[in-house]
Ligand binder design. Structure first.
Ligand SMILES: NC(=O)c1ccc[n+]([C@@H]2O[C@H](COP(=O)([O-])OP(=O)(O)OC[C@H]3O[C@@H](n4cnc5c(N)ncnc54)[C@H](O)[C@@H]3O)[C@@H](O)[C@H]2O)c1
Ligand SMILES: O=C(O)C(=O)C[C@]1(C(=O)O)C=C[C@@H](O)C=C1
Length: 366
């Protein structure tokens, strides 16, 4: 018996869910997106069995529907689903980064023959779009489900069983508790990263040495400032209360450390860094299967026209899928370096062997 799974919003998260669930040949994955070109891309990358911009067609046969769109679009999609033919007993779940508002809205608006279960995989990227999707994105990450008290247990278990394919650790949580905790460990850090970048950008207008000297520290703490602005707009608007409270605490914490600085309190400053290091070093390490560098290949390319086309043609002829391609900085010896990202280790290995055969200098680390 086939299970039909519809993914609404075939981007980074929707694409990654689709890829993970595709591993079970009993699952048929249908994608819906507002952008036909994104669906075409997803089909080319082997993410979906079928894609459509017709929502009714996408959901008619669905046993499980994933809403993988920006948070504000989750509300709009729930509204649209109300007017469509759905299979009785279908599970509708979302992947939005905030939970309370969405869960409350779904409870009030979902038809009685539909089970809504809020969800949020705690893994992602500053990159958007299906090109960045990976079947291992959620491996060993927490995947939070926020079922309402009245949700039938067998429906929650059905979803948990399906999500086992993502290799995430599925946990259940109250939506408000989720928003408080995730506000502190994800949403607020995104505000801080972008605020810091904006501050430095202002300094940089006066003195461009700022961006030139921005090295590892600045890059590490601000990577997430490269995230999708529209997605984060929605997240902030949907977690206002918790974020305002965290911002108050943050102001006090910053005042506290700046007082130590003002007073030249050497022991206090050292203690400040020590307690942060102790907590940070104690964070559980997530052995993620999809660390992007694992599937990246670096290739020295002679600096003349046509070479990149030759490489992609060689890979394409052997049906080796690539998800990203980037020209890295030119090296001193005048070779360009191409970074090619593969979706799986197996494809990376095939690509590596092929390009070596054609005498390219190929290596896995930059
Ligand atoms: N990016 C992350 O790190 C991350 C992690 C966990 C959860 N999330 C949540 O996942 C959701 C999707 O984020 P993403 O990073 O995959 O974004 P994305 O931009 O990569 O993908 C979103 C996709 O939804 C499509 N879309 C937008 N509006 C739509 C609509 N009304 N109907 C159908 N398709 C629509 C877009 O065309 C795009 O393909 C968001 O709610 C986000 O909060 C993101
Ligand atoms: O790794 C990143 O780039 C992320 O920002 C992922 C991240 C996070 O803050 O950890 C971002 C949003 C989510 O809803 C879940 C995960």
């Amino acid at each position: 018996m086939k299970t039909t799974i519809t993914v609404i919003g075939v981007g980074l998260i929707g694409g990654s869910i689709a890829l993970a669930l595709r591993e079970d040949p009993h699952n048929r994955i249908i994608g819906f997106d507002v952008r036909q070109d994104y669906l075409d891309r997803a089909m080319t990358l082997g993410v979906l069995h079928a894609g459509t911009t017709d929502l009714q067609e996408a959901v008619r046969e669905a046993d499980v529907i994933f809403l993988a769109v920006p948070v504000e679009q989750i509300y709009a999609t729930l509204d649209r689903l109300r007017d469509l033919d759905l299979k009785p007993g279908v599970i509708v779940t979302d992947v939005g980064s905030t939970k309370s508002g969405v869960v409350r809205y779904a409870e009030a608006h979902i038809p009685s023959n539909v089970t809504f279960i809020g969800g949020h995989p705690m893994a992602g990227s500053h990159k958007s779009g299906v090109e960045a999707a990976s079947d291992r994105l959620f491996e060993n990450a927490y995947y939070v489900l926020t079922p309402a008290p009245g949700t039938p247990e067998e429906q929650v278990e059905r979803l948990e069983k399906l999500l086992a394919l993502t290799r995430a650790k599925v946990v259940r949580m109250d939506p408000d508790e989720h928003d408080q905790v995730v506000g502190a460990v994800s949403h607020f850090p995104h505000i801080l990263a972008s605020a810091l970048v904006n501050l430095v950008a202002g300094y940089d207008d006066e003195n461009p040495w700022h961006h030139r000297l921005a090295a590892g520290g600045f890059r590490d703490i601000t990577r997430i400032a490269s995230s999708n602005p529209r997605m984060w707009r929605d997240v902030l608007l949907n977690n206002r209360e918790h974020l305002l409270k965290i911002a108050d605490d943050w102001t006090k914490a910053l005042d506290g450390v700046m007082t130590l600085v003002r007073e030249g309190d050497a022991d206090g400053i050292e203690q400040f860094f020590k307690s942060a290091r102790d907590f940070r070093d104690g964070l559980p390490e997530r052995k993620k299967g999809a660390l992007p560098p694992l599937y990246d290949l670096y290739i020295d390319i002679p600096d003349h026209p046509g070479e990149i086309g030759r490489i992609t043609t060689l890979l394409g002829a052997k049906q080796i899928n690539i998800t990203n391609i980037q020209i890295r900085e030119t090296r001193e010896d005048m070779l360009g370096v191409l970074r090619i990202t593969f979706r799986s280790l197996a494809e990376l290995e095939k690509g590596e062997e092929l390009l070596r055969y054609f005498d390219y200098n190929v290596y896995r680390r930059e």
